[in-house]
Design a protein around this ligand. Structure first.
Ligand code: ZN
Length: 143
C-alpha cells in the first residue's frame, strides 16, 4: 500500500499577511495573530452596536422631553435640529396606510413632514404586536 503525503500549500495569515505553511485551512500564523484578528472584529461590531444604541438613546430622550412638556406633534425639520434620527427606531407598523414607529415604549405616527400622535405605548400595544407575530407564524397543528 502506498501512502501519499498530502501536499501542504502556503497560505497567508489573515492578520499580518505572513506566508504560513501547514493545514490548507490554516488562517493565521500564530495564536497572537488569531487573537488580534478576532478582537478587532468583535470591537468593530460592538462599536456599531454602540453607535445605534446611542442614536436610539438620543431619540428616546428627545421624545421623552417632548411628552413631558405636552408636545404631541413636531415638524421633522425641528426634530432633526434637536438631533433626532427618523430612520432609527425599535419598532415599525403599517396600519390603515399609516406608518407607526416606536422608540422603546413611545409610539408615534411618522409622516413625511412631521411626527404626530406621540404617546407612551400601553401594555396592550405589545400584546397586539405579539398577536400579529403569531398570526404570521404557522400554527403548531400545521407542522
Ligand atoms: Zn500573522
Amino acid at each position: 500500500m502506498i501512502y501519499k503525503m498530502k501536499k501542504e500549500s502556503a497560505t497567508h495569515c489573515l492578520e499580518c499577511g505572513t506566508v504560513t505553511y501547514g493545514r490548507n485551512d490554516q488562517k493565521f500564523c500564530s495564536a497572537k495573530c488569531k487573537n488580534k484578528w478576532w478582537n478587532r472584529r468583535t470591537n468593530a461590531r460592538t462599536g456599531y452596536q454602540l453607535k445605534v444604541l446611542n442614536m436610539l438613546d438620543r431619540n428616546y430622550r428627545i421624545l421623552t422631553r417632548l411628552l413631558s412638556i405636552g408636545v404631541l406633534s413636531v415638524r421633522s425639520e425641528d426634530l432633526q435640529l434637536l438631533g433626532f434620527r427618523p430612520d432609527v427606531m425599535t419598532g415599525h407598523r403599517r396600519m390603515m396606510k399609516r406608518e407607526w414607529n416606536e422608540c422603546f415604549d413611545i409610539g408615534y405616527l411618522q409622516m413625511p413632514s412631521r411626527i404626530s400622535n406621540l404617546h407612551y405605548l400601553e401594555a396592550g400595544d405589545a400584546a397586539v404586536k405579539d398577536e400579529e407575530r403569531f398570526a404570521s407564524e404557522p400554527a403548531s397543528e400545521d407542522l
